[in-house]
Ligand binder design. Sequence first.
Ligand code: GRE
Length: 319
Amino acid sequence: MKGKIALEEAFCLPRLEEKQKWWASLFAVDAEKHTKEIVDIQNIRIEKMDRHGVGYMILSYTAPGVQDIYDLSEANAFAVEVNDYIAEQIKDYPDRLGALAQVSSQPLSYGFLGALVNDTQRNDASGDSMIFYDDPSWDAFWQTCTELDVPFYLHPRNPTGVFMEKLWAPRKWLIGPPFSFAQGVSLHLLGMVTNGVFDRHTRLQVIIGHLGEHIPFDLWRINHWFEDVKKPLGLNCKKTIRHYFQENIWITTSGHFSTPTLKYCVEEITDSRILSSIDYPFESFEDGSNWYDQADLEDGKKRRIGKDNAAKLFKLGNF
Ligand code: GRE
């Protein structure tokens, strides 16, 4: 399929290449290749886009990014540096490359298409304390997102502090994509649902990757327990979990290239809330694109998930 739009696609600042090499060594079989790909914006990436029919790519800064910096002025400075850098890198490719802003407390600027946050914000040096965005103190931020009418991508990050030590370190092979990433993001997103963020900000649009970070597979059970038990006990979010998945939440195919699983998600949450993505360079560009191109999916659905939904959500025009 030509003109696909991909939107969970990472880059890293070249000055942090060494740090990225270390990070890649934790996750990537070929850390050298991974590092080359993640610091590249205009060469390897665009060549792969041309080869695999990706018309437009929305880039975001790799995890944990700003969310790992607990000093506010340092966090602000890093967000500004990243945003300045990517704005400059993409400015000559308006038809091919867009970006999501890194945010700390600076306003969204540069015509970014939305913002991406890597799960919880570290709130101290130890990593024991973290900030979730389901607290009413973040209402002004959500209001800004809805006023600007831009979506917010809730991306995973690595566990920190005592949580890393007690829960994950003894089970280290579950850290990251096999399990901990989905656990972190699904806790955070369901916290936003149950703590009323989408009731206070009814137009807010939040995207989660990896075919919904396990939540779609539990929709029936979550819905049953919310509606039949937790609401009678006091849970007071106004709509059902299924409603929020129709009105506020989007999922992407990033890093989850399974046709039966995608079809299941289409059945549960419809093709109008799903966006194709790769998760490059954590996953291979070739695997993600070839899988999507060959997936046994009706043409209209393939087109909507492959590009039309993203073009509309990000106001990109026709692809
Ligand atoms: C990511 O998307 O940020 C990511 C990592 C490490 C491994 C896989 C992955 O940071 O998808």
